[in-house]
Design a protein around this ligand. Sequence first.
Ligand SMILES: *Cc1c(COP(=O)(O)O)cnc(C)c1O
Length: 398
Amino acid sequence: MPGFEIFGEEERKEVQDVLDSGILMRYGFDHMRNGHWKARELETAICETFKVKHAQLTSSGTTALSTAMAVMGVGAGDEVIMPTFTFVASFEAIITAGATPVIVDVDDTLCLDPKAVEAAITPKTKCVMPVHMCGSMAQVDTLKAICDKHDLLLLEDACQSIGATFKGQHLGTIGDAGTFSFDFVKTMTCGEGGAVLTNNETYYVNADHYTDHGHDHIGNDRGAETHPFLGYNFRISELHAAVGLGQIRKLDRILATQRKNNRVIKDALAAIDGVTFRRIPDPEGDSATFLSFFLPTEDLTRKAHAKLLENGLGGNFYWYDNNWHYVKKWDHLKNATSLFPLHSGLKEAIANYNFDQFEQSDAIMGRTISSLINLSWTPEQAEERASKMAATIQSVLS
Ligand SMILES: *Cc1c(COP(=O)(O)O)cnc(C)c1O
């Protein structure tokens, strides 16, 4: 998963260009920047790499989600369907929009269960937000069909699955809009940063304005620009974009290495009776940042996970108990603990929401371990890790 493992000369060169000109901002100062437009260049590279018409860089993946919702018109009173297994940014962005998060079960893809989505649709539903977790994909074709049928927006959170595809299309480019995160632990990193991807020109133009205080970006005098609507500052800096430019050129190499190393671990675990794997709707499109697998019971999974860590095999995650990623531990959301007053409809919706209804998710996530795939392993290290992991899991199962 982490592009930071291969940070090097390429990124340094791009950052040095920015430091040499001294223009750290992505807009304006045209005559002082020695022709360097790192954010613009990265947006172009994103469009080419992921075969999408438009990309708007943002300050983070979370602000990319906020921007996507703003340009799609998701706001107060609207319901947004999101999964039980994700990152806290999902509900943060929904709540920031003034919309209401409606949390529904995942299935053995570790992503939104389309049946649970359909069952959760109400007259207030505006948007379905699948989160392509741990490098692989939701059943995005089925979800898209559901959205088309019910006239809902599809927002793909592909923050964790940069470079993954579904039937040849990049995740994040299939729905009405999609998002990437370039935070420090993502497949490619800017240090901090994100992007909104869309094929919808109006969404893109509005995202360009919205992320820069609503400036219309007409003419050369920022102070003279008008504001067609309210905006915010979700800009990325040139320094961050420069790092991303170095990283995106290494993406093919990152993906190839992940897929090779993932295969080594998977082959070793597949030989164990009792180990099964996450369902991947299009296995060829897996970005392979993680290998996620199931053990027969929650009890055995907890034991195996503890044993893996005990044996020095870090990078194995048991999300079921994780504060960031699974609904069970989101007490601040369940209690609507906010520094500022939330609007009454949202407060009421959260207070009335049944957070204890996720037996299906519990039954899956309680048996899931995700194993991080590193880029820096030598073939010998990958083999050694694979056999250690297999021996550890085998010892717990037998
Ligand atoms: C990392 C992440 C985000 C948010 O990205 P930041 O850049 O850290 O704000 C959103 N969704 C998912 C699924 C993520 O993993």
